[in-house]
Write a protein that binds this ligand. Sequence first.
Ligand code: FAD
Length: 323
Amino acid sequence: MASGILVVFNQEGGRVRRVAYEMLSLAQKLAPGSITALTFGEGADQVREAVGRYGADRVILLSSPTYHRYSSDGFAQAVAQAVEAVDPEALFFPANAWGKDLAPRVAGLLGAGLASDCTEVHRREDGRLGAIRPIYAGKAYARVAIDSPRQIFSLRPNIQAVEESGRAADVLTVDPGLDASSFQAVVSEVIQSQGGQMELTEADIIVSGGRGIKAPENFKVLEDLAEAVGAALGSSRPVADEGWVPHSYHIGQTGKVVSPTVYFAVGISGAIQHLAGISGSKYIVAINNDPDAPIFKAANYGIVGDLFKVVPALANEVRRIKQ
Ligand code: FAD
């Protein structure tokens, strides 16, 4: 009988994103059955110790040149073969761009149900897994049950605390026997985003600017706060549409959905389309000079004031405390 959880994640050069540890920590809570980690690419061999520390009993490391460049169809076939070898009850993928691309293809290949972008996965009374995921652009949450024997979940980053288990993961050798030349689509080049900032969907703190910043050169004020608090930078849609910041900064219904611990909304009015992308934030701190701005209804902390005075003062205070 299928048991345990297969946690599939991306890594670069041995650098594992925190969401992988979050998925392993969640799997620890939900198992019975063993937890198997699966990753791809150059540097995969370096992750064994780390994944063991966060709960993997076994790890499949597909590090051969076949897997050096991402291929949706190729990697999906490899995961499907790993599933045959491991026979897990469920698969976890990160709900980042990589996982959102791969998980549905794996679900299609396996004929398994998929619940995407989950904010919670739990064990139900009938012993099967269930999930909670946002719907209607974060306005409501749906409880999801998957009827197929195999269940697949993609998990939003920053929804689960990481917990060390002190395990040592054994390497499980699985050779899917695939040839990269048969892959239908392969990523040929990855161009780093401007400034090389951390991926917004995985950031723990975000400083985000809206039209209230008035001009692109004023974004420096936000960069200063972001540097002081160790945050990634984001923006509302008009700011990205104007070309004041790269499009990768755009957060909201038509942009990125983020789930940081702290989200600073600076000079952002709080339109429903923007809120759709930030409802998973633990704390929203709004800075706006209009006390009636809708963002204050969504915020946990609000500062009514001119951002050009409030933000530098905040950055200076953070630096003072850190000294
Ligand atoms: P504004 O609404 O103009 O707000 C600027 C705010 O700055 C105001 O509240 C003002 O009080 C404040 N301000 C001004 N000066 C200062 C100052 N000196 N100090 C402090 N505060 C100041 N928007 C998104 O963000 N993301 C999306 O994904 C998105 N998708 C959309 C999809 C559709 C189909 C549509 C129709 C719209 C979408 N929008 C989206 C646009 C959205 O409706 C809003 O127009 C947009 O979010 C407003 O951006 P903003 O808050 O930066 O600007």
